[in-house]
Design a protein around this ligand. Structure first.
Ligand code: TYD
Ligand code: MG
Length: 452
């Protein structure tokens, strides 16, 4: 019989490889393919007959899942309204970003709301967690603590305790004695996640798994368990910024594009209920290269500042440095500016940055990015009370973004009085703002920076 289990696995995405490779074909990660002890998966022959399973149709009425709000509004929004019993949630993020802090605070608010909450750490001793809780002012919350890595013992304990919520910090430290490879390997992480997800479904417990995003490839990353859980959240932030963003990337029980915004303070994570005000707070005078983008994050409009710097390059291949926006997007916009508007950037270094450590994935940011690049290149400031949004197509035409009215409403609320958008957008009542609508990028360049 052919060997069914691979000898090499990618620790970033879990793909199986027949032999070692420097780069994983499946996800493109470097140095992430490692040998793993093959699972003892000699398939047993299906000699005995299985039993027939119960089947049903689609018509039976199902009530929406009951939800337990945590009381942390930013967390509840990302979860789609609260924790769903019998669900498994993965919270991924870089080491040190604040996952343990967030989940200890979440467990405490659940416990205070009268729901039995367990926090099991495989990384810290109970004394360390108690010290953290003291610093966070959570010592009085009735959270039950455990420090353990043996999953068999943890599952037995959970079975006996029957909590409403169990936090497992982190999935990479858990190990099952039935799996031969070392803790942190792809097979251990997968097997441990499988046991915990099965337990969640069987016992009606909401289980939150913490997963470190790993850089060196020795330890399996959270992506290898993404497909097993109901909800995947990533906790992101730039080092050096105090803002942290909790982003839903998959949610079987709610929208998958919501964000929650937090600020890391001396005593834990504070919720930021008006992120636009925060991301714009340190804007001062009109400055060339600085533009405000009226974006949407899930159901919520968020205004962010996009900053660009364009300087003559001394390098053969000029520099393109991007923070907070996909670098492919920047290249596309530069190419469209050159091809459709005749504005070259070939001899210029370009630096692009989203203020406050925010990440923007929306194509609607294109017009604001182009505005920032042009404003920096021409050294002409865009009026500081103006917001921009709209997608740029390769032909140079501007395409309308979704939810134009919501974006304008938020901008008006924050004191902006002008907006530039694509011709085909429907601004609605526009909240008393002065609206300029442009059919394409060339018209925008002519209007803002004069004819060329
Ligand atoms: P932590 O929750 O341990 O990160 P993770 O579990 O994702 O690895 O967060 C650690 C960082 O957060 C650490 O660098 C210190 C900082 N921090 C604060 O700034 N304020 C606080 O109240 C706490 C508890 C941590
Ligand atoms: Mg931690």
């Amino acid at each position: 019989m052919a060997r069914s289990s691979p000898a090499f696995t990618c620790t970033a995405c879990g793909a199986a490889h027949g032999k070692w490779a420097g780069r994983c074909d499946a996800c493109g990660a470097w140095n992430s393919v490692h040998e793993e002890a093959p699972l003892s998966t000699a398939p047993k022959s299906l000699g005995a007959r299985g039993r027939t399973i119960a089947l049903s149709d689609l018509s039976a009425k199902e009530a929406p899942p009951p939800r337990a709000p945590s009381g942390m509004e930013e967390l509840d929004r990302v979860l789609g309204g609260g924790l769903v019993p019998a669900s498994a949630i993965l919270v991924g993020g870089d080491p040190g970003i604040g996952k343990s802090t967030l989940l200890l605070q979440a467990a405490a608010s659940f416990a205070r709301a009268g729901r039995k909450s367990l926090y099991i750490s495989g990384e810290e001793a109970a004394a360390q967690i108690r010290m953290r809780a003291q610093r966070l002012g959570l010592s009085d919350a009735p959270v039950i603590l455990g420090a353990e890595t043996n999953l068999r013992d943890i599952l037995t304990t959970l079975d006996a305790e029957r909590p409403a919520l169990a936090v497992i910090d982190s999935i990479q430290t858990m190990w099952l004695d039935s799996v031969e490879s070392a803790p942190g390997s792809v097979s251990q992480v997968r097997a441990a996640a499988h046991e915990l997800v099965t337990f969640a479904k069987r016992r009606g417990v909401a289980v939150i798994l913490v997963g470190h995003v790993t850089k060196d490839g020795q330890i399996a990353g959270p992506r290898v368990v993404e497909h097993m859980v109901d909800t995947v959240l990533y906790f992101e932030g730039e080092r050096g910024h105090q803002f942290r963003i909790l982003r839903a990337v998959k949610n079987r029980f709610g929208p998958a594009d919501e964000i929650g915004v937090f600020e890391m303070t001396g005593d834990g994570l504070a919720q930021v209920t008006n992120p636009s005000a925060l991301f714009l707070s340190d804007r001062d005078r009109p400055a060339p290269g600085s533009v405000v983008f009226a974006g949407m994050e899930g159901s919520r409009p968020v205004l962010t500042e996009i900053q660009a710097l364009v300087a003559p390059s001394t390098l053969g291949t000029p520099r393109r440095t991007v923070v907070g926006v996909d670098s492919g997007r920047l290249s596309t916009i530069l190419a469209v500016l050159e091809a459709r508007c005749g504005i070259p950037f070939a001899e210029q270094d370009v630096f692009l940055n989203v203020a406050g450590g925010m990440r923007i994935g929306e194509p609607a940011a294109d017009l604001a990015i182009a505005g920032a690049l042009l404003s920096a290149r021409e050294d002409v400031a865009i009026p500081p009370d103006m917001v921009l949004f709209g997608e740029i197509s390769l032909s140079g035409a501007l395409r309308p973004a979704s939810q134009t009215e919501n974006r304008l409403k938020e901008a008006s609320k924050l004191g902006f009085s002008q907006a530039t958008l694509p011709s085909r957008s429907k601004p609605g009542p526009a909240e008393g703002m002065r609206i300029r609508q442009m059919p394409d990028l060339a018209a925008f360049v002519g209007e803002m920076f004069g004819p060329r």
